[in-house]
Design a protein around this ligand. Structure first.
Ligand code: ZN
Length: 58
């Protein structure tokens, strides 16, 4: 599998279908340490949770 980097590509929010030029990261307390909740800046719904900042759906 290849990973293609495309700076023109903008993901869409699965909730409100608006372009995600940025996501809002919120740090939350977690049993195993720190976790980051990533939310859409438009509808504020959570897109993904990860243990590393900036790496969502992981
Ligand atoms: Zn949204």
């Amino acid at each position: 599998m290849q990973v293609r980097f495309d700076k023109e590509f903008t993901p869409l929010c699965p909730h409100c279908n608006r372009a995600l030029e940025e996501v809002v990261a919120t740090r939350m307390r977690h049993d195993l340490g720190r976790a980051y909740m990533h939310s859409c800046p438009h509808c504020q719904k959570v897109i993904g949770i990860s243990h590393r900042k900036g790496f969502w759906m992981g």
